[in-house]
Design a protein around this ligand. Structure first.
Ligand code: S3P
Length: 452
């Protein structure tokens, strides 16, 4: 758990909601924001970023880059990163605190593996329990020297803090043991600094924001999505990315909570505009559609090779129905499973969530947390090693009570959304929500939800 429970921590009070209505925008996509900052730092001039996500995770990446000598100016969500190129990064005076952010730690690990100085990467209690051997092992094969902590309970793995003694790297061919954009991106960043080609393949296609943005910046990265393979070949490259403006779309992972809320609260009609609709991320929309949700998706443009558009979700009075979320659909909705679990809870029939072993090692053990929180609310859930199944209540109101998010922003938000259809009040420790979606409560209020 990230922090101990205490009566002074901020809480949200959520009651049974009248119809949610309106059109809103959510903060910038967390994954794209990390990459805009990191790749901007490697550019050959200033990179103007608009719409940057300012959740705690993105702030951790920004602070780490500043500590590595990258000038960054910020005015709200408009941020100017003065690119210094790979060669312009310098040793930080103290450990780089990645907070709660696995993406910051793993991507920085890949970047710093090739820099000729020592870096220490630390994190909060939750991040300190997340597995790092998956990123350290291939980076060591590329020639990096990285030390981490061992734990008796999981002797084959490594945990933060990590000490990275960067240096010369050689390209490798590597098959990732799990489909993971964090690992893939770490190896791409190391591959850009290596001698020779690096070829990375993965068992499923994880989000491909790094490949898209790096190509936009002119990096020697080519992707073969159908083979789930990325090739990095820096031979002849000058080590600098081409500076240019970056506009970050809204985060579909945040919007998912508002869209699910609109689908379960009677008479609701909610539109979220300016959302990133990269197909590696839209599994949540496909899953909701398969459940019978009334969704209107409109692609309105593109930015840096990423499709952007709006999604309208309307309550219809027809029950959502249970489905099976597995395989590629599970991977494409990996961060939205807590929101989908809430939709499953009020659906008709059983929803099975499979192939989701990775959820055990996210910000919390999300399978255990979702099962516990739905059971608290009176929903029947059974847990499996790599997933869970939810017996929908067919719209019977759930119970309120106190959500226990275990330091996990998405568990807290899922608990709050479920509270909108509960018979009695729900209380949510809300501090962790700012990790990804600081304006969550305010936007719910704008839509008419009784959240205080
Ligand atoms: C992320 C990748 C995913 C996702 C995380 C953000 C990224 O993790 O769950 O929230 O920005 O690369 P994995 O790459 O470990 O699957």
């Amino acid at each position: 758990m990230k922090q101990e429970d205490s009566s002074s921590e901020p809480r949200l009070h959520v009651s049974r909601s009248p119809a949610l209505r309106g059109t809103v925008r959510v903060p910038g996509d967390k994954s794209i924001s990390h990459r805009a900052l990191l790749f901007g730092a490697l550019a050959d001039g200033p990179v103007e970023i608009s719409g940057l996500g300012l959740g705690g995770d993105n702030v951790s990446t920004m602070a780490a880059l500043r500590a590595l000598g990258v000038p960054i100016q910020q005015a709200g969500t408009d941020v100017r990163v003065q690119g210094v190129g790979l060669a312009g990064l310098g040793e930080a005076a103290s450990p780089l605190d990645c907070g709660n952010s696995g993406t910051s730690m793993r991507l920085l690990c890949g970047l710093l593996a090739g820099r000729p100085f020592v870096s220490t990467l630390t994190g909060d209690g939750s991040l300190s329990r997340r597995p790092m051997a998956r990123v350290v092992t291939p980076l060591r094969r590329m020639g990096a020297t990285i030390d981490g902590q061992q734990a008796d309970a999981r002797p084959d793995d490594l945990f933060p803090p990590l000490t990275v003694r960067g240096g010369a790297l050689r390209g490798i061919e590597y098959e990732l043991p799990v489909a993971s954009a964090q690992l893939k991106s770490a190896l791409i960043l190391a591959g850009l600094q290596a001698c020779g080609r690096t070829v990375i393949s993965e068992p499923g296609l994880s989000r491909d924001h790094s490949e898209r943005m790096l190509r936009f910046f002119g990096a020697p990265v080519s992707a073969e999505p159908e083979r789930r393979c990325v090739v990095v070949d820096p031979t002849g490259w000058n080590g600098r990315l081409r500076a240019g403006p970056v506009s970050v779309p809204g985060d579909l992972s945040s919007a998912a909570f508002l869209l699910v809320a609109a689908l379960i609260v009677p008479e609701s009609d909610v539109t979220v505009e300016n959302l990133g609709l990269n197909p590696t991320r839209t599994g949540v929309l496909d899953a909701l559609h398969a459940m019978g949700a009334n969704l209107e998706i409109e692609v309105t443009g593109q930015a840096m090779g990423e499709p952007i558009g709006s999604v309208r979700a309307r309550w219809t009075g027809r029950r959502l129905r249970g489905i099976k979320v597995e395989g590629e659909l599970a991977l494409r909705s990996i961060d939205e499973i807590p929101a989908l679990a809430v939709a499953a809870a009020i659906a008709k029939g059983t929803t099975e969530f499979c192939d989701l072993r990775e959820l055990r090692v996210k910000e919390s053990d999300r399978i255990a947390c979702i099962a516990r929180e739905l059971q608290r609310a009176g929903v029947t859930v059974s847990e499996a090693p790599d997933g869970f199944s939810v017996v929908g209540t067919e719209g019977r109101p759930s119970r309120g009570g106190r959500v226990q998010p275990d330091g996990d922003h998405r568990i807290a938000m899922a608990g709050a959304i479920l509270g909108l259809v509960a018979v009695d009040a729900t209380e949510v420790p809300s501090q962790d929500i700012a990790t990804s979606f600081p304006s969550f409560a305010r936007l719910l209020q704008v839509l008419g939800a009784p959240v205080s």
